[in-house]
Design a protein around this ligand. Structure first.
Ligand code: AKG
Ligand code: FE2
Length: 353
């Protein structure tokens, strides 16, 4: 029986089931936090700014924040709306339709819908969300394993994945320019893989006692999030959680840990989480752009010199990912394992989506 929250939440509207109540130290408390006014908003289309200005703005945002939003990015608004609709429709389908795609242990396949987190069967406490995930690369090979319901899912999401991948390449090219890396340095195998994680956070009876997604750093090269028009995404800034107010036609872009390493900390990944709300279901469409498994991740040589010694060892991306999954429940940042000088863990928890 598929244990998806979207299947049964309507029967639990008076109180949060005990299995979803986080221990006091991990509860979000107030679910509504101040908005983060300072998240950079970068206009990729504007003719007003030169290409070099856009590149500098992205690199500055990546350094100071690790998060920014892009508008006029070239992905048609209509396609974004269609993608949001088909993804919400997926979670509104009947229990039987979703069951065909259900994966109780999300780690057993890269395709499928799971609930809470990839570690559901081993969790003490569950999270208030369902996630549909699948690879998008190579598109022609993997599309046949995507959901065939809603009927237009493959068509819409196929076009969406193509456009988002194009946008990610554009942003990565601008990052190369801003950092002084050769054009294409972040292309090819370093950004070859693309996976979609489509999260659904149903209305929740007590958003103060549970989370949709625990605090984490993205293990990716770069992540692009379409967060629709419902609040829920929060970032940790100066020791406080701040809300990332949705701009429905924008993409939120986060620097992932791999880009932090390649840039030798000139770009940083930032801790973030998703809270629930009591009124509206929230769906977010998250594109993880990742290196191929065999890619070697290391600080780019041109960013390293006497004054800027390398901060990380070289490693295979697949080894980072293994560590990331293994460390999921521990209070340590996976990246610390690859640092040349071990530093005390700066952050309280890391958990995989
Ligand atoms: O749902 C969201 O807005 C956040 C998703 C996220 O951080 C992730 O999938 O890594
Ligand atoms: Fe994330």
């Amino acid at each position: 029986m598929a244990k998806l929250v979207s299947n049964w939440y309507k029967q639990a509207q008076s109180s949060l089931p005990e299995k979803y109540v986080l221990p006091p130290g991990r509860r979000p408390g107030q679910a509504v936090v101040p908005s983060c006014e300072s998240i950079p908003l970068i206009d990729l289309g504007g003719a007003l700014a030169s290409r070099a200005d856009k590149a500098m703005a992205i690199v500055k945002a990546g350094y100071e924040f690790g998060f920014f939003q892009v508008i006029n990015h070239g992905v048609p608004t209509e396609l974004m709306d269609d993608a949001m609709k088909v993804c919400s429709d997926f979670f509104n389908m009947s229990v039987d339709d979703k069951a065909k795609f259900y994966n109780e242990d999300g780690r057993t396949s890269e395709y499928g819908v799971y609930t809470s987190s990839l570690r559901y069967p081993n969790e003490d406490v569950h999270l208030w969300r369902d996630t549909l995930r699948h690879p998008c690369h190579p598109l022609e090979d993997c599309m046949q394993f995507w959901p065939d319901k809603p009927q237009n899912y493959r068509d819409v999401i196929g076009r969406y994945a193509t456009e988002v991948k194009k946008l990610s390449s554009r942003i990565l090219d601008l990052i190369c320019e801003g950092l002084g890396l050769d054009t294409g340095y972040l292309g090819g195998a370093l950004s070859e893989n693309h996976a979609l994680y489509i999260h659904n956070y149903p209305p929740c009876p007590d958003p103060t006692s549970t989370l949709g997604l625990t605090n984490h750093f993205d293990p990716t090269l770069i992540t692009l999030v379409q967060q629709g028009d419902v609040c829920g995404l929060q970032v940790m800034k100066d020791n406080s959680w701040l809300g990332v107010d949705p701009i429905p036609s924008a993409f939120v872009v986060n620097i992932g840990s791999q880009l932090q390493v390649i840039s030798n900390d000139r770009l940083r990944s930032i801790e973030h989480r998703a809270v629930t709300n009591s009124k509206r279901a929230r769906t977010s469409i998250v594109s993880f752009i990742n290196p191929s498994e065999e890619s070697i991740i290391e600080p780019a040589k041109v960013l390293v010199d006497e004054n800027n010694p390398p901060l990380y060892n070289s490693f295979f991306f697949k080894d980072f990912f293994k560590t990331y999954l293994a460390k999921a429940a521990e209070s340590q940042k996976a990246l610390d394992n690859f640092k040349l000088t071990r530093q005390p863990a700066e952050y309280s928890s890391v958990e995989y989506v």
